[in-house]
Write a protein that binds this ligand. Structure first.
Ligand code: PLP
Length: 455
């Protein structure tokens, strides 16, 4: 009997997986920052004759591997990246063989996994019954899909015809926290809305929207709040915001890319009181939940509004199929939500809470150790983010961050918050241990001494 062409794919697949496993095994001993010396080897020109799989994998391993940032390792504390839980990355590997398009007709089992994951998350986050949504590539696309939905819903409530889009539409107002994430403004622009007319609401000393500065709201207003400030981890006062928006008929949208997960754990969930009063929410899987990139979730308490804005309605598709593509911005999609399903199954309800609590515990410790080293952390540790600065020597902070990066011991970046220069540490990797935090702190201590001595 002849071999199937897919036998060679299976062989290549095993080779790729084995090399992935070898990569993971050396991550805790290698430097965290990328080694850029081999990047040119990745573009020696497109060959005339194709290369063998083994040669390609060799090239990826020898030239590409060193050029990765070891963000999958526990000593990476930059941005809010997160790692990948074993079940989630193993599911990714398996599912890449399946190569499913996440659609009822082309990938029924992965769609069922996504639907289950969405319902589990709605339950975990205690969002209103009936809340539904779609997996996207991340918070930016989720924000965009929901801003389009909010825009269309608010306009339709004003009697504007949906198909007309923004042509001849009454003006909408956008009220937003002054510390909303930079990508939300991009999402506002992609939704065809105006960033120049945003009514910014001042924030307090934790980076939370000041409710006493909230302008009068009305039924043409879209309020953009956040759960999880990237510098302080703080969340806007959602309970009061929810009441004010509901009374005025305004639409409350919450960007909780990493911070919405705080809802699952007692020590940090109180700050999200009233979250369920919003109209729409964004949460990433690829950050706090530790699934591989890229996976985010757009959730809406009015899924019929989301469907009205996102449905495809092509003549060749059965009209009745509750296809995820009718809620997601994309048409053909990978089954990224299946990795979220696997991550949630592997943790269970208690495991999610434990991981979130652990991130908080590490972040509290980081803040205490930094203070002991003479740094100022000018905020409470609300969740997993810590912003630190050096009083009287703020300019040294960027150099300290760079020194730590160059040491290879850990990685975090410089940051600015409320006019102060400093650096920011995010604890968002499932693999981070107490020992990783020890190494981070030791690297910061050395960096501080050496940077200040040089000055
Ligand atoms: C990371 C982040 C975003 C953007 O998310 P992506 O998944 O990278 O698109 C938006 N808002 C907040 C608060 C974030 O932390």
């Amino acid at each position: 009997m002849q071999n199937s062409p897919l036998d060679s794919q299976a062989e290549a697949f095993s080779d790729g997986a084995a090399r992935g496993a070898a990569y993971l095994k050396q991550l805790s001993t290698r430097q965290v920052k990328a080694d850029l010396s081999f990047l040119n080897d990745l573009d020696a020109g497109l060959p005339d004759k194709g290369m063998g799989v083994k040669t390609i994998l060799d090239l990826i391993e020898t030239a590409g591997g060193p050029g990765t940032v070891a963000s999958a390792a526990g000593r990476y504390f930059g941005y809010v990246i997160g790692g990948a839980l074993p079940a989630a990355s193993a599911a990714r590997a398996l599912l890449s063989a399946w190569d499913q398009v996440a659609d009822d007709l082309t990938g029924p089992s992965v769609v069922r996994m996504e639907e289950a994951a969405i319902s589990w998350i709605v339950d975990l986050l205690r969002l209103p019954e009936g809340t539904n949504g779609a997996f996207t590539t991340g918070a930016t696309m989720s924000n965009m899909a929901l801003l389009v939905t909010a825009r269309d819903a608010l306009l339709a409530r004003q009697g504007h015809k949906r198909g007309d889009g923004l042509i001849g539409a009454p003006a909408l107002r956008i009220v937003a926290s002054a510390e909303i994430h930079a990508t939300v403004q991009k999402s506002v622009r992609m939704a065809g809305l105006s960033t120049s007319s945003i009514e910014w609401v001042e924030t307090d000393d934790q980076g939370r929207m000041r409710i006493d500065r909230l302008p009068e709201l009305d039924a043409r207003t879209l309020v953009l709040a956040q759960a999880g400030n990237v510098c302080t981890g703080a969340s806007d006062p959602l309970d009061e915001l929810g009441d004010r928006c509901q009374a005025a008929g305004a639409w409350l949208h919450v960007d909780g890319a990493f911070g919405l997960w705080a809802r699952t754990a007692d020590p940090v969930s109180a700050a999200l009181k009233g979250l369920e009063k919003a109209d729409s929410w964004v949460v990433d899987s690829h950050k706090t939940l530790n699934t591989p990139y890229d996976a985010g979730l757009a959730l809406c308490r009015h899924p019929e509004e989301m469907q009205a804005s996102m449905a495809i309605g092509a003549a060749y598709l059965p009209a009745t199929a509750p296809n995820p593509a009718n809620r997601a911005p994309e048409f053909s999609r990978s089954a990224r939500g299946a990795e979220t399903w696997a991550a949630l199954l592997s943790l269970g309800r208690a495991g999610v809470a434990e991981m979130v609590t652990r991130f908080h515990r590490h972040a509290v410790r980081v803040s205490e150790e930094l203070r002991a080293l003479g740094f100022e952390v000018p905020h409470q540790v609300h969740f997993n983010q810590v912003f630190a600065t050096l009083p009287g020597n703020e300019d040294a902070c960027a150099r300290i961050a760079e020194h730590v990066q160059n040491s290879g011991e850990a990685w975090f970046g410089q940051a600015q918050w409320q006019g102060r220069k400093g650096f920011r540490i995010s604890v968002s990797n499932w693999a981070t241990t107490d020992e990783d935090v020890d190494r981070l702190i030791a690297a910061v201590a050395t960096a501080k001494t050496e940077v200040l001595e040089l000055a």
